[in-house]
Structures are given as C-alpha cells and as structure tokens.
Ligand binder design. Structure first.
Ligand code: A2P
Length: 317
C-alpha cells in the first residue's frame, strides 16, 4: 500500500474509500469489506449523512480483528454551516461520535463557503454568510485549536482555490496538510497541483471516476464521461483491467491521493488493487493530454443571485 507523508509528518495511504453517496444500509458493509481487502483510509464528511453507519462498519472490522483503529486513516469534513462557534465544536463532536472514534486523522474545511448555523443548503441570500461575515482565517484558527486540543491529528481544506490557500497560510500558524478537490483526466488540476506543491500540500482527488453516480443525467445533457473515454479504454484493454483501475493508477502515479467511492464488493477490491499498478510514461502522458477543463462538480449550487459567492471567486478564475 503506497503512502504519502504530509507536511505535518503524518502518513496517509494514497488510495482511500470514498463514502459520498454511499447509502446508510450499504455503507456499513462497504467499509468492513474495504478494510478486509486492505484499505486503511476512509474518507467521510458530516454532510454525507452516513458517518454513524461508517462507524458501524469500522467497529465491525475492528471487532473481527481485521484491523486496529490506529491503522486506519479517517477523514471527515466540516460542513458550511459550522464555520463559527458554537457550531464548529458541536459539528466536530457529532462526526467523532457518529464515527465512534476519539480522534480524526484528518479534518477538512469542506468548502470555502459559509452558511448560517442550522442551514444545510441555503435557498435565500440571508442564509449565507459572506466572506466578510465569516473570514476563512477565523475558521482556520478553529481548525488549529481543534488540532491543539487533540481532537484531530491533521487539518486541511477541500475545494480551495490557490488564493484561499494563500489567505489561510498568510494568516495561520499551521499550513493545510491536504487540499481535497475534484480531479480526473478531464479536470486534472495542473495549476492547483503546482500551486499547492509549493507549500508541500498534496491534492486528494475526489470524483476520480468522474463522479459517475450522476453520469446518466449528464449523458442526457451531452456531457462527456471520463469513464467512456476511448484513450483510457484502450489503455485498460492493454493492461487487461477496468477503466476505473487506469484512472486510479494514473491518480496515484502522479502523486495525488485518491478516494474512489464504491459500495460494490468487487469494485471496492479492484479499486484498491489499482493502487499497485504501473503505467508506462507514454500512457501517463496520453492520459495527461485528455485535459478539457470539465468540472463535474461545478459549484453553481453555491453561487448565483441568491448568494454572496460567485464562481470566479470560488474557483479563482
Ligand atoms: P458503485 O458504488 O456501484 O461501485 P466517483 O468516486 O468518481 O464519485 O465514482 C463513484 C461512482 O463510480 C459510483 O457510481 C460507483 O458505483 C462507480 N464505481 C466505483 N468503482 C467502480 C469501478 N471499479 N468500475 C465501475 N464503476 C465504479
């Protein structure tokens, strides 16, 4: 199992199990099975609404002697409605309790976007908190305090553009250990990868398979699916493996952390095995060349007339 050493000295396994859109009722078995086939990294978030069930799967594996708690790297994320106190502590405690653990290995600010407490998804302008009302450095200071208090080992961010990273680093004491963002061959994040590398911050690639849970709807709108890309299909054929495995192998080989979601036992196992594959330099190059600036998770749901946020500020372009 390949690992990366973070800028705070802690190690993170490069392939983790994603749990976004894993349903309560199926995610328990997915987590236990993942740990059985060798995963030691589970990616979670408060907003996924399934941390309690992830905790059940984790406990089951520990009780059966599959792994020890201290061998598993567990990430959770602070939702947008808890950027200030008292919601921050309440939300972190809820994640810890749900997952059934004393300490998170990594805690991330889920988005550089803030809502009024108790609002899960705003519908009106006054349900958002603007950048001025909820400055990112203030939330980062709470993250640092949670780390100091021992509730989390590493702290990081998600969906941050380079200017958000700079703002946090410029005002904080500890730099983010990770930036988790959408990343796949159609949106390979090269500029952000380079900007974060300057601070020794690796990217964690979410939706590495192009978030294919929504691919049916997207196909209807004519949006290309990275899982159907002919170049990737050709490389998969050469290796006698699945397209998903090539996408995961590419992510690992270019130095990102990658968290494919699956609730299917066979796919969970094959995704983990992909972490050990080797692609030739020419194959890596051919996949790099597929870049087409296609974000599947485009952030429009936090922007527009009813929001103080806009896409240019959100993504830094
Ligand atoms: P399932 O849970 O039924 O396996 P992403 O991580 O990019 O969001 O992609 C997740 C989607 O990809 C889910 O629909 C998941 O479905 C599917 N998926 C996960 N692993 C594989 C695989 N090895 N082959 C095909 N589809 C996969």
């Amino acid at each position: 199992m390949k690992t990366l050493t973070l800028n705070d000295g802690h190690c993170i396994p490069q392939v983790g199990l994603g749990t976004w859109q894993s349903q309560p009722g199926e995610v328990e078995r997915a987590v236990t099975h993942a740990l059985e086939v060798g995963y030691r990294h589970i990616d979670c978030a408060w907003i996924y609404g399934n941390e309690k069930e992830v905790g059940v799967g984790l406990k089951e594996a520990i009780d059966r002697g599959v792994c020890r708690r201290d061998e598993v790297f567990i990430t959770s994320k602070l939702w947008n409605n808890a950027h200030g106190e008292p919601q921050f502590t309440r939300s972190l405690d809820e994640s810890l309790k749900g997952l059934g653990i004393e300490q998170l290995d990594l805690y991330l600010i889920h988005w550089p976007v803030a809502f009024v407490g108790k609002v899960t998804m705003p519908k009106k302008f006054d349900q958002y908190l603007s950048r001025e009302q909820s400055p990112l450095p203030d939330t980062w200071a709470l993250m640092e305090a949670a780390q100091q208090a021992g509730k989390v080992r590493s702290i990081g961010v998600s969906n941050f553009a380079a200017h958000h990273i700079e703002e946090v680093i410029g005002n904080g004491t500890v730099p983010p250990a990770v930036n988790q963002v959408e990343c796949h061959p159609y949106f390979s994040q090269r500029p952000l990868l380079d900007a974060c590398a300057r601070h020794n911050i690796p990217l964690t690639a979410y939706s590495p398979l192009g978030s294919s849970d929504a691919s049916g709807k997207r196909a209807a709108k004519g949006i290309a699916s990275v899982m159907a890309d002919p170049v990737v299909l050709g490389i998969a054929e050469t290796h006698g493996c699945s397209v998903a495995q090539i996408l995961i192998a590419w992510a690992v080989q270019r130095g990102t952390i990658v968290i494919p979601k699956s609730a299917n036992p066979e796919r969970i196992a094959q995704n983990f095995a992909a972490g050990e594959m080797e692609l030739a330099a020419l194959e890596m190059q051919a996949i790099d060349n597929l870049e087409r600036g296609l974000r599947y998770i485009d952030g429009t749901f936090f922007c527009g007339d009813n929001s103080p946020y806009d896409l240019a500020e959100l993504w830094g372009n």
